[in-house]
Design a protein around this ligand. Structure first.
Ligand code: E4P
Length: 226
């Protein structure tokens, strides 16, 4: 499993990147608004994220357009910011059509707000490079977010989508809307390719009380041998 950071906060991205285990970043309009972002600065903000994480780490930047022509235009502009920009497009008819066009032009798309297996299958055939099923938001409406992501991971694994994706790259499922380290555990066990996690969850993933207790006791015993 790879880890993406789900944030637009540059300090969080710098800190997480320094840990050595970060493979990408996902942003969305809400996350950008949360850091006080302004529309005029959006592209330079995405460029700064790309510079922090480097060319090997995909950075998702979302189009909020609702018609295919505008999504395609947004996608071309966003993709021109840096080679690692992935255009995030909602799973809807106009999004599917735009994804097909963008994929045919060699632009990678992350189809987001995906909640069902049929949506995921359509996104895959439309040429999405990544599919992002949401866990937390599905749980919020009393559905089982983990089960739905597991179903999508299994359904995707049943087929070969390399003829549909940019450069025949492997389609990957990004487990999104993750709210806890336990969600990460469940996603890893089901074989989700990627988990995109908020920084608050990433910090919790590192910690265990027995790890800290062990560090404390080893340090105390080391004092005795000095
Ligand atoms: C990721 O791509 C999504 O934007 C994100 O995980 C949404 O998470 P939320 O449901 O906690 O807002």
């Amino acid at each position: 499993m790879k880890f993406f950071l789900d944030t637009a906060d540059l300090d969080e991205i710098e800190e997480a990147a320094s840990w050595g285990a970060l493979a990408g970043v996902t942003t969305n309009p809400t996350l950008y608004a949360r850091v006080g972002g302004k529309l005029a600065d959006f592209e330079s903000h995405i460029e700064r994220i790309c510079t922090i994480v480097g060319d090997e780490c995909p950075v998702s930047a979302e189009s909020v357009a609702t018609d295919r022509a505008q999504i395609v235009e947004d996608g071309r502009r966003l993709a021109s910011i840096a080679p690692n920009v992935v255009v995030k497009v909602p799973t809807m008819v106009e999004g599917l059509a735009a994804t097909r066009t963008l994929a045919d032009e060699g632009i990678r798309v992350n189809m987001t707000l995906c909640f069902t297996v049929p949506q995921a299958m359509l996104a895959a055939r439309a040429g999405a490079r990544y599919i992002s099923p949401f866990i937390g938001r599905f749980d919020d409406i009393s559905e089982d977010g983990i089960e739905q992501v597991a179903n999508i991971v299994e359904a995707v694994s049943n087929y070969d989508f390399t003829a549909d994706t940019v450069n025949g790259e492997q389609l990957e499922v990004i487990a999104a809307s993750i709210r806890s380290a336990n969600h990460v555990t469940q996603c890893a066990l089901m074989g989700a390719d990627i988990a995109t996690v908020p920084f608050s969850v990433l910090k919790k993933m590192v910690k265990h009380p027995l790890t800290q207790a062990g560090i404390d006791s080893f340090m105390a015993d080391w004092e005795k041998v000095k």
